[in-house]
Design a protein around this ligand. Structure first.
Ligand code: C2E
Ligand code: CA
Ligand code: CA
Ligand code: CA
Length: 276
């Protein structure tokens, strides 16, 4: 048995070393990517149903590596969260957005949505980070919305709620993102002051596949109305989905049907062409 035990423990060590190397490499790669300017921001337009115009955009991070490879956002965001890199990455993102948005010509009240991680909110510098970002854009009079996933809020207590309430008093808005995909407890809806609820694409898809039988989607929409939250449907790809959401009182639509995420220059060209 002895040789087998030795072989097994060697194998374990090898796996551990490999795992460590992998871990270190994600963190190093993310750091290097930030230093080398490999991160870009795309902006996806959002349609305001009642006013029949573009309400604003959501900023979405892209990693275009210098070796030509694109890394999927859900992959590198998860890695950044796991490796303690989400805060530096988000700060980097806010800097890029502030730089780019300086050059935009948009009407006052243009919405700008930014995704933030719960870990960042807990950080002592969170309020300062967001205030500094907002200050850089003050001249543009945009409405800045922090998008938080349901998953990230569910375990958070009064500290996070207080910080968000403070920012809301300063004009920042808060959206609950990917609604319906997190946990089954809805109690946090009462503990946090929110402005918007973004319905996850999965429920929007159901409009087609379930042929008019979408009780969960309908319940989410009426829940947001009862909570006096404005509601957005994300991942809208077909006219049928669009009409359904419109007829059920959804306030905003986001998805490929209206527009894909665009880089800063393409966004300005797109807005000009749309004449808004
Ligand atoms: P999300 O916040 O739910 O962002 C919406 C995602 O849906 C984006 O994917 C967008 O490109 C995609 N999308 C929009 N319209 C359609 C559509 O009509 N059909 C389909 N199939 N997809 C559509 P993306 O850019 O790949 O981002 C994936 C996720 O990564 C985001 O989901 C968000 O959770 C995360 N993420 C992206 N950028 C950031 C960031 O800057 N910070 C943080 N913390 N997370 C980010
Ligand atoms: Ca989002
Ligand atoms: Ca979302
Ligand atoms: Ca989503």
């Amino acid at each position: 048995f002895l040789p087998l035990a030795i072989i097994l423990s060697l194998l374990c060590m090898l796996l551990a070393v490999n795992w460590l190397k992998h871990r270190l490499s994600w963190r190093d790669e993310l750091r290097k990517g930030i230093r080398n300017g490999e991160f870009l921001v795309h902006y996806q337009p959002v349609w305001q149903v009642e006013e029949r115009r573009c309400a604003g955009v959501e900023a979405l991070l892209r990693w275009q590596r210098h070796d030509g490879r694109q890394v999927r956002p859900d992959m590198f965001i998860a890695a950044a969260e796991a490796e303690g890199m989400i805060i530096p990455l988000t700060r980097h993102l806010l800097n890029i957005i502030a730089d780019e948005a300086q050059t935009w010509s948009v009407a006052p009240g243009f919405h700008l949505g930014v995704n933030v991680a719960a870990e960042h909110i807990q950080h002592p510098d969170f309020l300062a980070d967001i205030r500094q970002f907002a200050a850089r854009l003050r001249e543009k009079q945009m409405i800045i919305t922090l998008e938080l996933t349901e998953r990230s809020l569910i375990h958070e207590g009064p500290e996070v709620a207080n910080k968000l309430a403070t920012l809301r008093r300063e004009g920042i808005r808060v959206a609950i993102d990917d609604f319906g995909t997190g946990h089954c407890s809805l109690s946090y809806l009462q503990n946090f002051q929110l402005d918007y609820l973004k319905i996850d694409r999965g429920f929007i898809n159901a409009i087609e596949s379930l042929e008019g039988e979408t009780p969960v989607l309908d319940a989410i929409i009426s829940l947001s109305h009862k909570l006096a939250l404005e509601v957005l449907g994300e991942g809208v790809e077909t006219p049928l989905q669009f009409e359904y959401l419109k007829n059920h009182g959804v306030n905003y639509i986001q998805g490929y049907l209206y527009a894909r995420p665009l880089n800063s220059a393409a966004l300005m060209a797109w807005l000009t062409k749309k004449g808004s």
